[in-house]
Ligand binder design. Structure first.
Ligand code: GLA
Length: 343
């Protein structure tokens, strides 16, 4: 039977690089995403066509990742097969209205949509959304070699439009929280593209692992920031750990702020998060810092880099009444930036 499924992109409102360090994160589903049609095959092969690429690709499922756009599809079908959702490979038709290399989880949306389409083809006795998310993370970690956390896959597999997902990445518990009324989270692409596979994401993960070994913990987020400062841990590991511990606390404050509709506080947490990503986690780049500054100078309540970093998108919290005027001023000052969508 043919399977159909879709998955949205996600924007992370706050909580960056802490989903592999024991922290709480706060992503939200986007209105853009990926749709997949899957036809199971008897042989172990995949034929994939995608509206964002000119030519379809055919490959065997036994092939290792080779660095092109068809890799996530092969990885997802391998997982679908080992979960027993398909007996061989599949023909895939992919439609996407998501920018790639933007830090909005186009890869997680694709792998989750393929796994859900395989579940749809298999019928009702299949894995739940959390198990699909875990399988999609294995595609990134084990097949594509990206040592990412669980945030993106959980968000795109489970989050609902109009709500943020407060996800405890250690216990995998989550709570859905309403987005504020009267304000919008606006997503803007900086014009600087980046890939999670380019090595810098991995470098940060290695530095965090160094800090974990020093403190003999798996969970940098629950250390006290004062203890980290005074620990004698060498740089840059000390700064990385400090970002994790403070960012986790900012997520908790932002969550309280959203629940109590304290919008000023929510904006403040976003601004502080950006400073920590810039100065302690050193994952920002100059055009993004400039764009974030313009966003707040022009009246956003808060703004920050979102996603894996080193390029991609920013997210800003803006009052609905001022949104149109604000956006045109920001884009006029940053000609390479482009409005993407709203959370
Ligand atoms: C990427 C990864 C996530 C997370 C973010 C940074 O999107 O896939 O697991 O680490 O970067 O917060």
């Amino acid at each position: 039977m043919t399977g159909h499924a879709s998955a949205p992109g996600r924007v992370n409102l706050i909580g960056e690089h802490i989903d592999y360090n024991g922290g709480m994160v706060l992503p939200a589903a986007l209105s853009v995403g990926v749709t997949v049609e899957l036809e199971p095959r008897d042989d172990d092969r995949m034929h994939v066509s995608a509206d964002q690429y000119d030519h379809p690709i055919e490959r065997g499922l036994e092939e290792e990742a080779r660095g092109d756009w068809s890799d996530p599809s092969v990885g997802a079908l391998r997982e679908a097969k080992s979960l027993g959702l398909i007996g061989g490979g599949a023909d895939l038709i992919i439609r996407s209205n998501m920018p790639q290399g933007a830090g909005l989880s186009s890869s997680a949306a694709l792998t989750v949509a393929i796994l859900k389409a395989a579940r749809d083809a298999a019928g009702p006795t299949a894995p739940n959304d959390a198990e699909i998310a875990l399988a999609a993370r294995r595609v990134e970690n084990d097949y594509l070699g990206v040592p990412c956390g669980i945030m993106d896959q959980f968000a795109v597999a489970i989050a609902k439009p109009g709500m943020a997902m407060a996800l405890d990445t250690e216990k995998l518990n989550y709570e859905l929280v309403d987005l504020p009324r009267g304000q919008t989270f606006v997503v803007i692409h900086s014009g600087v593209s980046r890939k999670l596979t380019d090595g810098r994401y991995k470098e940060r993960k290695v530095e965090c692992d160094g800090a974990k070994a020093f403190f003999q913990t798996n969970d940098l987020c629950h250390l006290e920031p004062e203890d980290i400062s005074a620990s004698g841990l060498e740089e840059p590991m000390r700064k990385r750990a400090l970002h994790c511990a403070t960012e986790h606390r900012r997520v908790l404050s932002m969550l309280d702020a959203l629940k109590s509709e304290d919008i000023g506080k929510a904006g403040e947490m976003m601004n502080e998060s950006h400073i920590s990503m810039r100065d302690h986690f050193e994952m920002s780049v100059e055009p993004i810092d400039a764009l974030v500054s313009t966003c707040t100078e022009q009246g956003a309540l808060g703004a920050r880099l979102t996603g894996g970093g080193f390029g991609g998108c920013i997210v800003a919290l803006v009052a609905n009444a001022r949104k149109e005027e604000w956006l045109s001023k920001v884009l006029a000052l940053h000609p390479s930036a482009k409005f993407v969508c709203e959370a």
